[in-house]
Design a protein. Structure first.
Length: 278
């Protein structure tokens, strides 16, 4: 089956890993994603319904608008994709407009513009909550109209919620399956993208997520699959789960020449498993 691409460029997007992830996802009625990101797993699975959460309000607001009023959102965003706006000065003017904008549809259109014209598809905010990704210098940024419509159609089966991952775990029911794609453990001190949301994602969060996954599988009989970088830390955090390491080409780095393959760890927590320390 042909894979469906997300309409957003996304650091850590799961398009390249979709086949490996879907092969390990158990059956269920509802797929729950506490870190939906660009939605590649959502777009390439077939569950009856989806509960898709993220802590980034711009992302979730865009998805809800695209679900409810796709024509208007797509039309407004299309108007921003023109040669005059693919220049450094125009980009910084529109980035400033986004940071001051409170009108939902205009902000959504600007969010897509920034995603496609900003550097490497990063989504990053400063401590005041201002979007601060630099200009990407792309020759002709692609307007993903086909991908937007595909997402809008499938979104009719989805509920989008802006909340912390721990809150999403509280919503789980017996016929749910969980896929977690948290901000990854850094491979080095410079490769840290946890400023994705203004409050970041700490080592304590990484450990809490692992505990939630164990508890959810053991006590609530709901399976959980987590992806992360394959490091000594993640092997320790996910000890007791079913672990598979896969080599995947980097999607984000300072230069294309540095996009060598890195190890991705998939940790599957299933009901009935026995974990060290409970």
């Amino acid at each position: 089956m042909k894979k469906t691409r997300a309409f957003l460029k996304w650091a850590g997007g799961k398009y390249a890993l979709v086949d490996s992830i879907t092969a390990r996802l158990p059956q269920g009625r509802v797929l729950v994603e506490p870190f939906v990101g660009a939605g590649s797993v959502f777009l390439n699975t077939e569950y009856e319904a989806y509960l898709l959460a993220d802590i980034n309000p711009d992302l979730i607001d865009f998805y809800n608008l695209l679900k409810s009023a796709p024509d208007a959102v797509i039309q407004q965003a299309r108007g921003l994709f023109c040669p005059a706006n693919n220049q450094r000065e125009a980009y910084f003017e529109l980035r400033a407009a986004f940071n001051q904008c409170h009108e939902a549809r205009e902000r959504a259109a600007l969010f897509l513009y920034l995603n496609r014209h900003g550097y490497n598809g990063l989504c990053r905010y400063n401590k005041k909550g201002g979007f601060n990704v630099p200009f990407g210098k792309y020759k002709a940024p692609y307007f993903p109209e086909e991908e937007l419509w595909a997402f809008a159609e499938k979104a009719q089966r989805a509920t989008f919620i802006c909340e912390c991952y721990s809150k999403t775990f509280e919503r789980l029911e017996a016929d749910h399956v969980v896929y977690c794609d948290p901000p990854y453990v850094p491979l080095s001190s410079s490769a840290n993208f946890t400023t994705y949301a203004a409050n970041g994602f700490s080592l304590d969060d990484q450990a809490l997520l692992a505990r939630l996954a164990r508890h959810t599988a053991q006590e609530r009989q709901v399976p959980v699959l987590i992806s992360n970088h394959a490091t000594a830390l993640t092997y320790e955090l996910y000890r007791g789960a079913s672990l598979d390491e896969i080599q995947v080409k980097r999607t984000i780095s300072r230069s294309a020449g540095n996009r060598n393959k890195v190890g991705e760890l998939l940790a599957l927590y299933l009901p009935g498993m026995v974990f060290d320390g409970g």
